[in-house]
Write a protein that binds this ligand. Structure first.
Ligand SMILES: [Zn+2]
Length: 411
């Protein structure tokens, strides 16, 4: 058994769906699964998935049944998905719309983050209602202006003025929209619209700038902030500096930024690798591993957003493709193969990451995490499959980020 403390040869007793005992020599007349020669790990909590995402211009290839099955096959026992807020929706309506799609269909545990794009009159009260309903996090998008996902700085900042007292965590898809738009237009003007230019159109400085803005908002409001799917060491370093100064910020990266690099965009099968932010160069990849191994990245999310290749067939224009790649089934395997096997991190490091049990330093209003029983069950050992509580007693409201997988449309 692999735990945060090391690896041991032990027996594990599960009673009523929960880990009841862990020690050598457990005997009894229950069903026995012989795991001799295998590794037993806690279930993965994937804090960032987009199953069944319909962007208006494209729909992911999976749904909550098939997506949760593939998650289970990859060792994931809990996923956190996003409820997009439509232009006319209050928070509770956005949540209910998403729950209507999930309830009764998932094969594993789940919880919801909202995607907040606007703040209707009376939203402060609605925020408290969300927390009471067990939703303690929401993502805002700093880019994709002109779509339902985009939130401007005033929306983002106002949300953060209330978040701390509400016990709410704001998550951020951090990309400076003007830089992305400007760079994209410059490429278009030069006739450079093929997928080869996908990463050029969304430079790392755009991410780092938006992260800097979020850190400032966090410092000014006292609210914690969680940056999803970080692709650049510069952004991670800004967060590290802010954390050392007392800012409650969390850095998430995704396996694809750790195992793939931007040379993929020059290949004929570039369409396989289109996500935002894009893949970066090999040096950035090595630096992300370095920061992960030093604890400077606190969270791993798959940012699963599974479009099929057939949906991208014949598209060789970075403006025309709905970004997003699958990952919920492969995250743990990739982190093991590319992290543990080459000894960049240990298996216990892997288990210590909050995707096994939340452990980010987010002080809550009370000792309880605010999630309802259905989405959060406090359990006594780190081997539990659905814990969202960390060993340090704090709870991380897991919220994803990017509403990937939609094609930004203008006008
Ligand atoms: Zn996402």
């Amino acid at each position: 058994m692999v735990t945060a403390d090391g690896e041991r040869n032990v027996d594990l007793l599960v009673r009523d769906g929960k880990v009841a005992e862990v020690r050598a020599g457990i005997a009894g007349d229950g069903d026995v699964v012989d795991a001799t020669g295998l590794l037993v790990l806690p279930g993965v909590v994937d804090p960032h998935t987009h199953l069944l995402l319909d962007t208006g211009t494209a729909r992911t290839a999976d749904d909550f049944e098939s997506g949760s099955l593939s998650a289970a096959a990859g060792g994931v026992t809990t996923f956190l998905d996003f409820a997009p807020q439509q232009p006319d929706q209050r928070f509770a309506q956005a949540l209910q719309s998403r729950l209507d799609l999930i309830e009764g269909r998932s094969h594993i545990d789940y919880a919801i983050h909202l995607n907040i794009a606007h703040l209707p009159t009376g939203w402060e009260r609605d925020l408290a209602g969300l927390v009471d309903a067990g939703v303690t996090s929401a993502k805002i998008y700093t880019t994709y202006r002109g779509t339902i996902f985009y939130a401007d700085d005033w929306t983002w900042y106002r949300l953060m003025t209330q978040a701390r007292d509400a016990g709410f965590l704001v998550q951020v898809h951090a990309e400076n929209d003007a830089i992305v738009e400007g760079m994209s237009q410059q490429l278009v003007d030069q006739g450079k619209t093929s997928l080869k230019y996908h990463a050029v159109a969304r430079p790392g400085v755009a991410e780092a700038e938006a992260v800097g803005r979020g850190l400032l908002f966090s410092r000014a409001t006292g609210s914690p902030v969680y940056f999803v799917h970080l692709s650049t060491p510069l952004a991670v370093d800004l967060i590290g500096e802010a954390r050392r100064g007392g800012v409650q910020a969390i850095a998430e990266t995704c396996p694809h930024y750790l195992v793939l690099d931007d040379s993929r965009y020059a290949q004929p099968d570039a369409a396989r690798y289109v996500m935002t932010p894009p893949l970066r160069d090999r040096e950035s990849q090595a630096q992300l591993w370095d920061r992960l191994s030093r604890g400077a990245i606190q969270s791993i999310g798959s940012d699963h957003c599974g479009f099929s290749l057939s949906q991208r067939a014949g598209i060789d224009d970075f403006r025309e493709i709905s970004p997003g790649i699958p990952g919920v089934e492969t995250s743990l395997l990739l982190m093991h193969s590319f992290g543990v096997v080459p000894q960049r991190i240990t298996r216990s490091d892997l288990v210590r990451l909050p995707w096994f049990a939340c452990s980010a330093p987010i002080p809550r209003r009370s000792s309880d995490c605010g999630r309802k029983r259905a989405t959060c069950s406090r359990v006594p050992t780190p081997t539990s499959s659905s814990s969202t509580h960390g060993q340090n007693g704090f709870c991380l409201p897991r919220t994803c980020t990017a509403a990937r997988g939609f094609r930004p449309t203008k006008g």
